[in-house]
Design a protein around this ligand. Structure first.
Ligand code: DHB
Length: 309
């Protein structure tokens, strides 16, 4: 027997997405590179790599290393800068058929604001912003914001005043109390939070006694961090009322369902795209089957993990 296609659509803020499976920042370029490999119109949304005010070359190599069930990166926010992003990328988004969420990074409040204001001053197909307050790999800014409640709240409200597009704050797991940072993002006026960014990690080659990463520390991602991501999403779920986008180690449909049970309304798939750029489409096809087979709706599943008495 064939099932009708399930309704996988979800709403975050004022934006309706066709489905809850997005690609994560830093794993799908500017959103246009994989067009020949993947039917990107099937994706719930594309989150771009982080864009900063000025172009950045990033950190010197080695800046990527495979680790057990994951990888560590220290790219250092390499990107073309917002002006070139506006001239070269925005026009390509017009016909792409997928909602684009632009990820913004900065080393000061002014930098985040300037990047956002530049995008706001032109017309574009961008539906929202994900604000990277959790990059572990740059000396200034980045994670400084995401580990401090008052900085998170003031940055969120400064950006909120300047845009009606979707505003998503991306949270770091490298904090003592992720719930209080999420609450600050909600108080500042964010439409949603995404969690988690990478976990600070280190990799050493015992044969050479050298660090496998130029900057010594980097961001750990992949299946190794899924339990951390689930725990963070579930903690945050009990503290805020705005939607949570779950991230961390998702490689299949079961992982997506687990994040939704923990409290996520949508998810982002990151590291798994490097192994298979078509992974999200496969995950989506299976999610459709899962929803049909269990005769449930995504909304009823959110945060409904069963606990022991
Ligand atoms: C980088 C940025 C991140 O937010 C992250 O989690 C890992 C790496 C980077 O550009 O170095």
């Amino acid at each position: 027997m064939r099932f009708a296609l399930a309704d996988l659509s979800i709403q975050i803020g004022h934006i309706r997405f066709n489905n809850p499976v997005f690609v994560a920042s830093g794993t799908f370029g500017y959103g246009t590179e994989n067009k020949e490999l993947v039917d990107v119109s099937k994706l719930g949304a594309i989150v771009t790599k982080s864009i900063t005010l000025n172009p950045r070359e990033g950190n010197p190599p080695p800046r990527l290393v495979e680790t057990p069930s994951g990888m560590i990166n220290s790219i250092g926010l390499a990107n073309i800068g917002v002006d070139k992003y506006i001239s070269d990328m925005l026009p390509v988004y017009e016909g792409i058929g997928t909602p684009i969420i632009m990820n913004i990074a900065g080393s000061s409040m002014d930098e985040y604001i300037s990047v956002l204001e530049k995008i706001e001053s032109v017309s574009s197909a961008i539906v929202g912003y994900e604000i990277n307050i959790s990059c572990p790999n740059v000396k200034e800014g980045g994670m400084q914001f995401g580990i401090d409640c008052s900085m998170t709240e003031s940055l969120t409200s400064a950006l909120r005043k300047r845009t009606e597009k979707l505003l998503i704050m991306k949270l770091s797991p490298n904090v003592t109390d992720i719930s209080s940072i999420a609450t600050s993002a909600e108080n500042g006026g964010a439409d949603a939070v995404s969690a988690i960014n990478t976990v600070v990690g280190m990799s050493i080659d015992h044969k050479t006694a050298k660090s496998n990463i130029y900057t010594t520390f980097g961001g750990l991602s992949g299946p190794a961090i899924k339990p951390i991501g689930l725990a963070c999403v579930h903690k945050v779920f009990h503290s805020i009322t705005i939607p949570i986008i779950g991230i961390g180690g998702i490689v299949n449909t079961g992982d997506v369902v687990e994040y939704i049970l923990a409290g996520a309304k949508a998810v982002q798939v990151g590291t798994a795209n490097f192994r298979d750029p078509g992974i999200c489409v496969k995950i989506l096809n299976n999610l459709d089957l899962y929803i049909n087979k269990h005769n449930i709706t995504l909304n009823n599943l959110i945060g409904s993990v069963k606990q022991y008495d």
